[in-house]
Design a protein around this ligand. Structure first.
Ligand code: SAH
Ligand code: SF4
Ligand code: F3S
Length: 482
């Protein structure tokens, strides 16, 4: 789950570790317009955050419309795409390794085209074509509509780059081709870009300015998913609390709390999740909305990054320890059954031992159900790279990260043990990883519960499951009928 594990690089958040870089297809054709095939196949691999996975679904839809069909087999692909992440150095290294594999593929099957999409494409721009001789196309996150043109050019031997960022593009009119095959839970992108300038973070440079998507297109996407059997949607944005869309017809402004309510009203059996909340922006209005709808999940991912106010200031997070603690208290007060998770960076520039200890104590105090923990990785061009030396030695970063991980495991175990004996409404997602005799599903608090199958239940159904056992990562249970 963190960067010193060489097998799990470029890992982020809601995307299960196992999913990184894998390809998943919903075999169902996209709802509208069965475009004739051009006989060619594309293969797409995604890295990074949920937004990237969601973008890959938009890319797939754009390619489908011009006749390409998806394949899971790299060997079968005429067009190989890799949707990349730049958040930490390791994430970029992983992509470079994959590009070597694709280059081999290309040598075996000349004519195969390779395109680099996403954040690394945006960060490196045309440098990519210089550095990686076998890459044919480089396309940034706001330029995916141009992909068919670039592919056509590449088929004629041109190497193309489009990394223009936009202030308007939200792909609102594109119905994503669902690449995730579980058919139960889907992502909906509600905004793009980020206007915060956290000093460690490359995202504002790779994703551009923040913009919110038309709320009606979000609601209709949620309805469409519900009609196709999906029972959970996750609304995605780098900072969902600053969602703000103005209706051009009547100038009315829709904020995140109102959007949440609109999506919750699509159907009581459609669960609503969202990510990521920013501690400086999450309002009591949002918390009250969560509390008043059973189908809005009682789970908030509220990254703290550091538990120390001086470090937070250098990080330019624009809140301090006290502000963060007040927000956590507000969550537990307004939504008592809510679970909170976090992102944490160990060893940021200038971090002192006592400052690090405040991060450890925050994990305990906030009682996080889980956290994504990383050590600081300097990113070229960011505020921190320009302003602060990356002066915490690697060994110290690793040790501090391990202390945070150990504390989080202890807190997670306690959090999970407290669920033993309780009964939760679980949305069944499919077979558990270990056994086809067991189902896995999540409760509202986003905890995965594994339990023996019973005949009358299938993925997409809700079940009431009593928790019988807990580890720091998973709950085990059995179906109960209270
Ligand atoms: N928008 C989200 C986070 C997006 S990036 C938010 O504001 O919380 C996901 C996580 O990656 C961040 O929360 C942070 O913990 C981590 N991260 C970002 N830049 C990093 C860097 N340079 N080194 C290590 N971790 C980083
Ligand atoms: Fe990066 Fe901060 Fe924006 Fe999150 S809020 S994407 S950490 S700049
Ligand atoms: Fe990575 Fe870009 Fe997401 S840098 S974390 S893929 S926004």
């Amino acid at each position: 789950m963190y960067d010193n594990n060489p097998t799990l690089t470029g890992i982020k958040k809601e995307i299960d570790e196992a999913k990184q870089g894998q390809v998943f297809y919903d075999e169902k054709p996209i709802a509208e317009g069965n475009q004739p095939s051009n006989g060619k196949h594309f293969y797409i691999e995604s890295y990074g955050c949920a937004m990237n996975f969601s973008d890959s679904e938009i890319v797939a839809s754009i390619l489908y419309e011009v006749g390409f069909r998806p394949t899971r087999q790299l060997e079968e692909a005429d067009l190989i795409l890799v949707n990349t992440c730049s958040i930490r150095e390791k994430a970029e290294e992983t992509v470079r390794q994959r590009l070597n594999v694709f280059a081999k593929m290309k040598r075996k099957r000349p004519g195969t085209l390779v395109g680099v999409l996403g954040c690394m494409a945006e960060r490196l721009k045309s440098k990519f074509l210089e550095e990686e001789k076998l890459v044919d196309m480089v396309i940034g996150p706001d330029a995916y509509r141009d992909l068919p043109n670039l592919v056509a050019g590449a088929e004629e031997g041109e190497r193309g780059v489009n990394v223009l960022l936009s202030r308007e593009e939200t792909y609102a009119d594109i119905s994503p081709m669902r690449l995730d095959s579980n058919g139960v839970a889907g992502f909906i992108s509600i905004m793009r870009g980020c206007d915060n300038m956290c000093s460690f973070c490359v995202v504002p440079f790779t994703r551009g300015r923040e913009r919110s998507r038309d709320c009606f297109s979000i609601v209709s996407e949620a309805k469409d998913l519900y009609d196709r059997g999906y029972r959970e949607v996750t609304l995605l944005g780098q900072n969902v609390d600053s969602y703000k869309w103005q209706n051009p017809e009547n100038e009315q402004v829709v904020n995140f709390a109102q959007l949440l309510e609109m999506v919750a009203q699509v159907h009581p059996n459609l669960r609503v999740r969202f990510s990521t909340s920013h501690p400086k922006d999450i309002t009591d209005e949002v918390l009250h909305t969560i509390a008043s709808y059973e189908n809005i999940c009682k789970y908030i991912h509220l990254p703290v990054q550091s538990g120390n106010s001086t470090v937070l200031e250098r990080m330019n997070r624009t809140y301090d320890r006290e502000w963060y603690m007040e927000r956590v208290q507000a969550i537990y007060r307004i939504i008592p059954e809510c679970a909170i998770s976090s992102d944490i960076i160990a060893g940021f520039c200038g971090e002192q031992e006592h400052e690090h200890q405040e991060t450890v104590s925050m994990v305990e105090w906030a009682n996080y159900s889980m956290s994504y923990m990383f050590f600081y990785s300097e990113r070229p061009g960011t505020l921190a790279a320009r302003k602060y030396p990356d002066d915490v030695p690697h060994e110290v970063k690793k040790r501090r990260l391990q202390e945070i991980v150990d504390k989080q495991s202890e807190v997670s175990l306690r959090h999970n043990k407290a669920d033993v004996g309780k009964t939760y409404k679980v949305l069944i997602e499919g077979d558990s990883k270990k056994s086809d005799q067991d189902f896995k599903g999540r409760n509202s608090q986003n905890k995965m519960i594994v339990f023996p199958k019973i005949d009358s239940l299938k993925p997409g159904d809700y079940a009431w499951v009593k928790v019988t056992e807990a580890t720091s990562a998973t709950l085990m249970g059995e179906v109960s009928f209270p």
